[in-house]
Design a protein around this ligand. Structure first.
Ligand code: HEC
Length: 150
């Protein structure tokens, strides 16, 4: 009897191991999506856009879950800003430090998407940064915000 229980335990552990490995493989496939380097400008923009809509972390949220492209969203006391034109506020002066858009992106991924902390020069940050600046073409730079507009 004891042997059978032991055997079952081992079998269950083995199944668990297989499931975990499959999950890890699936996750890495997911994360490595769009990592091949774009060769043209339009591919680079598409890659940034893909990162915007793709969940990165474990809670299934992407940038697009919280941010709309061209409309602010009110959630309780917080206004989550529209993405179009957002790069004009960066780099910003925050807590007596210069705060770059890349730092903001890492912050949103870690805390908004419960993701791993991406490096600032990783592809995801590079292409998101590029895409956000691209969507801010033509907006007037506003590094020092006035209260009413930001
Ligand atoms: C769970 C919701 C959530 C997710 C997911 C999220 N954000 Fe945010 N984001 C916020 C909140 C809340 C703020 C702070 C409020 C604000 O200033 O807009 C913010 C702030 C920002 C800001 C700075 C706004 C400013 O002018 O100060 C940028 C840029 C930004 N997010 C981009 C992104 C990008 C790109 C992603 C995807 C990688 C993302 N966010 C994912 C909620 C989220």
């Amino acid at each position: 009897m004891g042997k059978i229980i032991n055997y079952c335990k081992i079998k269950n552990l083995f199944l668990l191991y297989v499931l975990i490995s499959m999950a890890v493989i699936l996750c890495s496939v997911k994360i490595s999506f769009a990592l091949k380097s774009p060769k043209t400008l339009s591919e680079a923009i598409k890659t940034g856009r893909a990162y915007f809509f793709k969940p990165y972390g474990v809670n299934g949220k992407s940038c697009a879950t919280c941010h709309l492209l061209d409309k602010n969203v009110k959630k309780g006391k917080i206004t989550i800003k529209a993405i179009k034109g957002i790069a004009r506020f960066f780099p910003k002066w925050k807590n007596n430090k210069i705060y770059t858009l890349k730092e903001q992106l890492v912050h949103c991924i870690v805390y908004g998407e419960n993701g791993f902390r991406p490096k600032k020069d990783s592809n995801i940050i590079k292409y998101l940064d590029f895409y956000l600046y691209y969507l801010s073409n033509g907006y007037r730079i506003k590094v020092i915000p006035s209260k009413n507009t930001h």
